[in-house]
Design a protein around this ligand. Sequence first.
Ligand code: URA
Length: 239
Amino acid sequence: MKTERLLQSQGFGSRKDCRAIIRAGLLSIGGEVIDDPFAEIAEVDLGDLEFEVDGQRWRYREKAYLVLHKPTDYECSHKPQHHLSIFSLLPVELVRRDVQCVGRLDHDTTGLMLLSDDGQFIHFWSSGKKRIPKVYEVTAKHPVSDEMVASLLAGVQLHDEPTPIVAKACERTGEHTLRLTVTEGKYHQVKRMIAAVGNRVEGLHRSQVGGLALPTDLAPGQWRWLEPEDLATLSAFTD
Ligand code: URA
């Protein structure tokens, strides 16, 4: 792969932009400046290739897989209506790579958001049909009763849904809090389920998707790459 192609694939702009970056002496690989945009990098070396652009370190990634700790008051949209875009939390290179959210969280929901530029990955992990468990920490307006938990586990009828939605797991974690695991991905699903049992969501945080928990060292607004071992953890869930 030519160096201009390498930078283009990693989100550094058009071929012309990338050529200019390289000709300006801003690309270095292994500490050596490479100012030839047509210099070849062997495909076998791409896997663990590290490079610097304008002093910033990058690793070549054929596809981008990320986890972000979504803060409150961000919208999962490129054209947000009332709040900031979640994409403003990512480096421009990742946005240019066309990284997308895997499903959506409401603007006031916090927690684990997967992002990728791999269409198949996005399709799989946002599908409601794959019964992927998603764990939500709910803060409720009214005290959480045993009856509410029992109703969520038995299934609640939501408006416009043909059959009741059954929680995969539900446990009370405090007087006003509960942990709810759902496997669908319906619009405002958790808020509607909690409303269906006569309560109201006052705070919502997604703590886990599939087998992957939100990394505890990721502060709201921070993101990191998902490495192969994280992807294996993500996939380790049982229906
Ligand atoms: N359910 C909701 O109601 N909102 C979310 O953001 C996610 C799940």
